[in-house]
Design a protein around this ligand. Sequence first.
Ligand code: NAP
Length: 262
Amino acid sequence: MSSLATYQADFSLAGRCALITGSSAGLGLEIARAYAAHGARIILNGRDAQKLQLLAESLRSQGAQVDLWPQDLGDLPALDASYDALCKRVGTPDILVNNVGIRLRSRLQDAAWDQIEQLLHVDLLATLKLSKLAAQAMLAAQTQAGRIITLTSIAGPLARPGDAIYPVAKQGLSGLVRSLAVEFGGQGITSNGIAPGTFATESNAALAQDPVKGPLVVGRNPLARWARPDEIRAAAVFLASPAASYVNGHIVVVDGGFSITF
Ligand SMILES: NC(=O)c1ccc[n+]([C@@H]2O[C@H](COP(=O)([O-])OP(=O)(O)OC[C@H]3O[C@@H](n4cnc5c(N)ncnc54)[C@H](OP(=O)(O)O)[C@@H]3O)[C@@H](O)[C@H]2O)c1
């Protein structure tokens, strides 16, 4: 019989290196902080190098091991060389959290084509490309227990008037979670997703403050409130940890029960 300490070790990320995309704010930063607290070396990503530097200094002063990858993930042609340079500089991440995502709430007929393309580039294609690069690098480095964790959304499988573009990208990511799971599972890399509900992050500030839509969101949620950003942490730590070694191709919904209501 294993000791009680073994169970605790199952949730440790000590010795692991985790890249979290879009981690200068919001859920990505929460996940990065949680991974650091569980012992991982973390790599922060965003477009603003100065903001990342300030965050790194603050986290290092709390004992975290932090590296930076300032990179616009929407710049798809730059990703191959940039990721390769990151691996050479920092080492191959054995955990990739595909967190980056931008939000557009628009009807298809109202959205400009360049807005649609930008969203699909950042939310879908960048994540697809980075997952390919990261998995290939993990295989080349013979990474043990590689992990790819992708932030989808409860908006993926659903439809709502006035919100035509974002669910397309997020449903694509749900497919990606499963495709990666079957392609790489046998080679030691699991793929899982987290589908957040309504979190009180910066990207939702306008919706939360909207006098009509804000209360509708709360009213429909069985927990009758928005999620705090730190409530994403447990699912993200679990899926990255040794405890989730047999979980593959699954999407954990963290929405307070929002998506089970109708
Ligand atoms: N918040 C929610 O309720 C909710 C619900 C469902 C799903 N999600 C998903 O969860 C993820 C995180 O959401 P969030 O609300 O925490 O987002 P957020 O607060 O808007 O944070 C976005 C992060 O991504 C970075 N970023 C944006 N564009 C980038 C780009 N082109 N390249 C690199 N980094 C970029 C931002 O940093 P810079 O601006 O400095 O680059 C920031 O660190 C997203 O995938 C989102 O779709 C969130």
